[in-house]
Design a protein around this ligand. Structure first.
Ligand code: COI
Length: 372
């Protein structure tokens, strides 16, 4: 690979967490609540472009209360995972796809695009420093969170002339505390996640903040998650919470895996894309299409729609067992995890952990240097 366009200054710290305490934390990490020893920071401004790339100790930020992102939310992020490999070493899954989506999100939010080689180098530098924080357990990984925000101090609404990129890492277990236990979903007909021409296809915090009230409504209805419908007709299924949705029609080798097409209002999930490829590899028919709420209910009642699952980096594959809306409720299959969902999950996890071959070259192997 060509040398990265930015050279990183590396400042290691002596570990603040003793090895024994680190092992204790890694044995039950939860999701996104503990962080490693270091982080990466890169600056951008109009005069110098990207500069000042460095690995520094993980630390709080000091922000002027007038910092633009606190007011106008000009910010984007990514979520990807690094896995301990069966043969030793550590690899990040589809780092290049996340780098590319990060650029697309930045463009939509009028932020500068971070070169993909700098995104990958940031991951390499952080994994080199903190590889001991990659958990061993089968359902655990090191969740990497790149983010970029408007760091100039100004209350005028404008594309930031000064931007900060950070990469932090959090050893994590299942996103949903109950693991692969199926979730119950609430169909939101009052709220919309995204509208044509909006920011739905970008990974930006506002999309998640705008969903919290609908999520609270779902919880009040006794559901785990909210399902988003299209903003125009409230009829076509789009996403679940912060994840994509897949629908399985038929059974066994004759099953078809369908996911709502990327109309511009959906987030182009990397897990979604990986499952379309793996589904095809496993011999299933795969389709990017559309499904209405009526088709979802009728398909479940007739038995032609056999499984539904949500997919995303954090949650991997999470089955949907039951659906509720203001107009009624229904079960998906027998309400338990379906065989096609679980076969796809196993296939994905085995590539991620280096247990199965990686024919699509999805693993970005970290270079881990010895500092002894
Ligand atoms: C991810 O799946 O990585 C996400 O960013 C979703 C978020 C709800 C954790």
């Amino acid at each position: 690979m060509a040398a990265p366009s930015l050279k990183f200054k590396v400042r290691h710290v002596s570990p603040r967490v003793a090895a024994e305490e680190r092992q204790r934390l890694l044995s039950d990490p939860g999701f996104g609540r503990i962080f490693t020893e270091h982080m990466v920071r890169v600056r951008w401004d109009e005069a110098h472009g990207w500069h000042g790339a460095e690995l520094v100790p993980y630390q709080p930020l000091t922000l002027d209360p007038g910092t633009a992102v606190l007011h106008y939310s000009q910010a984007v992020f990514e979520g990807l995972k690094a896995f301990r490999q069966a043969s030793g070493g550590v690899a990040a899954f589809r780092a290049d796809a996340h780098a590319s989506r990060f650029r697309n999100s930045a463009r939509r939010l009028a932020l500068p695009e971070l070169p993909e080689d700098t995104f990958l180098e940031a991951i390499d530098v952080l994994l080199d420093a903190d590889h001991e924080w990659v958990p061993e357990a089968p359902e655990h990984s090191l969740y990497l969170r790149p983010l970029m925000f408007a760091s100039d101090v100004s209350l005028s609404v404008h594309p930031a002339p000064d931007v900060t990129f950070l990469l932090i890492a959090s050893p994590s277990g299942s996103y949903f505390p109950r693991g692969v236990k199926p979730v119950t979903v609430w169909l939101s007909e009052d709220f919309s996640r995204a509208a044509p021409g909006g920011t739905g296809a970008a990974k930006t915090g506002g999309n998640y903040a705008g969903g919290l009230l609908a999520q609270a409504q779902a919880t009040a209805q006794g559901c785990d998650q909210v399902v988003w419908l299209d903003s125009h007709e409230h009829r076509w299924v789009e996403e679940m919470g912060g994840m994509n949705l897949c629908f399985v029609f038929g059974r066994d080798d004759g099953a078809k895996v369908m996911t709502p097409a990327l109309t511009g209002t959906l987030l182009p999930g990397v897990t979604r894309d990986s499952l379309l490829v793996l589904g095809r590899d496993l011999g299933y028919e795969v389709e990017e299409g559309r499904i209405s709420v009526d088709e979802w209910r009728d398909g479940c009642e007739r038995g032609s729609l056999t499984e539904v699952f949500a997919c995303g980096t954090a949650a991997v594959i999470t089955p949907v067992g039951a659906v509720k809306s203001a107009h009624g409720a229904w079960m998906v299959g027998d309400g338990g995890p379906g065989p096609v969902s679980m076969r796809l999950r196993k296939a994905l996890v085995e590539v991620q952990r280096g247990i199965a071959p990686d024919p699509h070259e999805w693993l970005h192997h970290a270079r881990v240097s010895s500092r002894d």
